[in-house]
Design a protein around this ligand. Structure first.
Ligand SMILES: Nc1ncnc2c1ncn2[C@@H]1O[C@H](COP(=O)(O)OP(=O)(O)OP(=O)(O)O)[C@@H](O)[C@H]1O
Ligand SMILES: [Mg+2]
Length: 130
């Protein structure tokens, strides 16, 4: 008789736990900060390919204009929001997330359908070889 079948192992990445925690905390912090009246955030882990892992943080907040999707990772860069109340910050969080991603051989990128339509941040890291 066959024994119980092993569940598929969750994707795992390799890295400095403290730094990875910092990067995920920064993304979740932003997702809350740049949400408006309702805070609805989704955090998901996925394996888009055999050698990489995604940690994806999605919100339904103020969104990001297309032209700024890359600039927001620059040091001290902050988006000037029009219709939404300005939120305090230093503009360093995403710069730190990007530095940590690069130090781990990964990357981070932002997607948004535009202002008022939420944003999705994906942290991609090399997958731990099993
Ligand atoms: N989830 C998000 N939705 C919409 N805009 C965002 C989101 N995350 C970041 N941004 C925009 O990108 C800019 C840079 O983000 P970053 O985290 O680097 O700095 P910050 O949040 O302003 O300050 P802090 O250094 O405290 O994190 C923000 O000022 C904001 O305009
Ligand atoms: Mg921030």
């Amino acid at each position: 008789m066959r024994g119980p079948r092993a569940l598929p192992a969750p994707p795992s990445g390799r890295g400095d736990a403290e730094e990875l925690r910092t990067s995920i905390t920064n993304l979740v912090d932003n997702a809350v900060k740049y949400s408006t009246d309702v805070v609805r955030i989704t955090v998901a882990v996925a394996a888009p390919s055999p050698d990489s892992v995604w940690v994806r943080v999605q919100d339904r907040g103020v969104g990001i204009p297309r032209k700024q999707l890359k600039r927001i990772f620059r040091r001290f860069y902050r988006v000037q929001t029009r219709g939404f109340k300005q939120v305090k910050g230093t503009g360093l969080g995403l710069y730190i997330v990007r530095s940590i991603a690069h130090a781990h051989g990964g990357r981070v990128f932002a997607q948004s359908e535009g202002e008022g339509r939420g944003a999705t941040f994906t942290l991609e890291l090399p997958r731990l070889a099993s």
